[in-house]
Design a binder for this molecule. Structure first.
Ligand code: FMN
Length: 474
């Protein structure tokens, strides 16, 4: 690897010594070193306080433990590399050009990949962002991350938007030593951030039928919202506990103009309702509406059976419940129930057209506005999405109060929210079927328009699902 590539412990590696053993801990992997020789201790000291090429690192080990211990040096170094404890620093004389830290158990750096005459281009999945005080390079396909420590590294990336050889890059940046550039390109290749481009200008990734069908944001979301090629914590970490108060289970009132909704007799429904299997088998999307509009009583029954709060659960930190929760007819991740329902009403008997918010605790509608052209815009969007000739009788716009979930979960917040939308949608479908109504889910919607009409802050609460409803034509 030479003096241009030097190894160090990753900066966030925790090291402590107890009773003659040395414990090493990265965000995801650990190692206990027993019977630590003077040479191994020296190796760890060098990797922590400074860094060096393999040759540089091995010298003091041989001096302390004797040349016969050469195999042990490589064994220990390999242990560190396999656990992702080692960062590779590409040097540019005394300065560092970039640092690559592979994730644990990632394939090792492979300097044989690079070809001098080959043309390379950045993968379309590679992206750069600020993390703390660093500019980093990541990709959902990568096995590690790169820190761009020198502006020349960022400048090289700029050229790599188009396919080019190392020689072509060198011509643009003569101050960048050729060996450093080559190591940097090798490192990006090893990380899966750079692709070879053939004479026709096609890279292996672009020619791949599977990869072609992945959009950048979908693959990033998939990779980062599950355990996988990253080192972020995944799950209920409560990282804002003690710093930011969790949002209440029920939203503050949105309007003084409130409409009490009909509550069905659930005991009677248990006796008279269609059997479950019939409802499940009959459930389907219906986009053909009866001439007689849906009534406010039907809307009340529909919302009560599918989305009301059945029970509010107060936060109880000593018992492990750190936030207010609730129970509703549909399941919800963490019982956080971040979803809110807004109704754009076109035609409903007993309810004037307009936009309403459903209060699931009081089982009331809160009137937000009359039937403006913007409310019609919501209905129109849904009409187009469902291929209707007219506006739907009612469209439901499901928002998420994102921080209800983000306060508890890390990495998977948005994926939990979308799963909750799915659970709610199926419940809306089943209740509508049991009530002989006409339901259809809608795949996307105008998130910003709803925010504008309802006065919502897009980052706090915006639309994540849509649904249309009416009376079924019999
Ligand atoms: C998440 C989701 C999004 C949907 N988006 C739309 C849509 O935008 N327009 C539409 O007409 N139907 C939409 N549908 C309804 C599907 O087209 C329908 O469920 C599917 O064709 C199966 O038919 P069925 O519901 O009658 O069983 C959606 C369904 C789901 C679950």
């Amino acid at each position: 690897m030479g003096d241009n590539l030097i190894l160090s412990f990753r900066p966030d590696l925790q090291i402590k010594e107890e009773a003659g053993k040395i414990y090493l801990q990265s965000p995801v992997r650990s190692l206990v070193c027993q019977r630590v020789s003077r040479g191994l201790r020296q190796l760890m000291k060098t990797l922590t306080t400074g860094s060096g090429s393999e040759d540089f690192l091995s010298e003091p080990v041989f001096k302390e433990d004797g040349a016969g211990e050469v195999a042990k040096f490589y064994y220990h170094l390999q242990q560190f590399i396999e656990r992702g404890f080692i960062s590779y620093n590409v040097m540019m004389e005394q300065e560092i050009l970039a640092i690559y830290t592979p994730f644990s158990a990632a394939p090792l750096y492979n300097e044989k990949l690079f070809k001098q005459k080959q043309r390379y281009r950045l993968s379309r999945f590679t992206y750069s962002r600020r993390d703390g005080q660093e500019i980093i390079l990541e990709s959902p396909l990568a096995n590690g991350r790169v820190v761009l420590t020198h502006w020349l590294a960022a400048a090289v990336l700029h050229l790599l938007a188009e396919a080019c050889t190392a020689g072509e890059i060198s011509m643009q940046f003569p101050a960048l030593p050729k060996k450093s550039l080559q190591l940097f390109l090798e490192l990006l290749l090893s990380a899966g951030m750079l692709e070879e481009v053939d004479d026709a200008g096609i890279s292996a990734g672009e020619g791949d039928e599977v990869l072609q069908q992945w959009e950048f944001h979908d693959l990033l979301f998939h990779a980062r919202s599950r355990l996988g090629p990253h080192e972020q914590p995944v799950g209920g970490t409560y990282r804002f506990w003690g710093r930011i108060a969790p949002l209440p289970a029920v939203k503050n009132p949105m309007s003084g103009e409130r409409i009490k909704l009909y509550r069905p007799d659930m005991e009677k429904l248990r006796e008279d309702d269609y059997p479950f299997s019939l409802v499940l088998e009959e459930r389907k999307s219906i986009r053909d509406y009866a001439d007689e509009p849906i009534s406010v009583q039907q809307l009340g029954e529909f919302l009560y059976r599918s989305a009301r709060i059945k029970e509010l659960i107060k936060a109880n930190p000593p018992a492990g419940l750190l936030y207010e929760a609730s129970y509703r007819p549909y399941p919800g991740g963490g019982a956080a129930y971040e979803l809110e329902i807004y109704l754009a009403v076109n035609e409903c008997e007993g309810l004037p057209g307009g936009l309403y918010h459903y209060d699931p605790w009081q089982h009331e509608l809160e009137k937000l506005t009359t039937r403006t052209s913007e409310v019609e815009g919501l209905l129109k969007y849904c009409s187009n999405a469902a291929g209707l000739k007219e506006l739907p009788p009612v469209s439901l716009h499901i928002t998420a109060r994102f921080q209800r979930v983000a306060w508890k979960y890390q990495s998977l917040t948005y994926s939990v929210i979308l799963k909750d939308v799915g659970a709610l949608c199926q419940t809306l479908y089943l209740v509508a079927t049991a009530m002989d109504l006409a339901p259809t889910a809608i795949g996307s919607g105008p998130a910003k328009l709803l925010c504008r009409i309802a006065g919502l802050n897009y980052l706090q609460e915006s639309a994540v699902g849509e649904f249309i409803l009416g009376n079924k034509r019999i």
